[in-house]
Design a protein around this ligand. Sequence first.
Ligand code: ATR
Length: 278
Amino acid sequence: MKSVFGLLGHPVGHSMSPLIHNDAFQALGIEAEYHAFDVESKAVKQAIEGIRALGIVGCNVTVPHKVAVMDYLDEIDEEAQLIGAVNTIVNDNGRLIGYNTDGRGYVESLLELVRMFQEKRVLIIGAGGAARGIVTSLLKEGIAELAITNRTLKKAESFNVLANQFNTNLVLLTKEEASSQTNEFDIIINTTSVGMSPHVNELPLSLNAVKEHAIVSDLIYNPIETSFLKVAKKLGAQPLNGVGMFVNQAALSFEYWTGKKPNRKRMEQLVLQQLGGK
Ligand code: ATR
């Protein structure tokens, strides 16, 4: 009998997770199937009970349930606790354990461009769930300085506690301050949805002062190259899109479930094919 894996989210119709996980199961000869389950917010508790009742072996969790599922799991891994959200559930013989692979997935994509984080000054645009995942993983790596800018700056204040835990200096900047100081940062990461299809001409921040060779990154992967990344490239910065994060978080989840490493390059090719075919 095939083992069942799944994605809990709402909506899930456009998710590429079934495509890459099912391909990886097949490639590795694992008798398993991955389904996208469209779960409304009011049914999250029942969905988690369903994992136990049906013997579903592992799940991903996506928007808007990453925080809500935490109440119904048996154990939450330390990094997921720090982030305050779960994107991966492992069913260990009926014991449900929550992990978060988003931040680490992103950091692993960044590691292809950066060797050492210790000297790096990082500017994050946005203060939502995605920002929290990435900031937590970056703080775990150890960075020189963290700055956050957000439309609602007050929301970024909650990151102070997190930064303090890692003895890292956190600076909160208005959009104007951040725009005029982009030359101070080695890594600039947009975690907001500004610039996502269909609003592809919008920029989350002006990059006029950006340092040559700085890394400018966008978690968005639709479009694959946002206006933000196009501008960054023109100014001599190194662009990094969100495809690597998507692939790596999936690969890390897969590793938690199966103990096996999927072929990340193959996953990436499938994602690029799918995005290019749109
Ligand atoms: P996610 O899990 O993707 O991070 P989220 O937790 O809802 O989603 O956070 C969305 C982030 O994008 C927030 O930082 C939000 O800014 P606010 O805190 O001010 O709401 C930011 N964001 C979303 N739409 C935006 C827009 N049009 N302009 C600027 N920032 C935006």
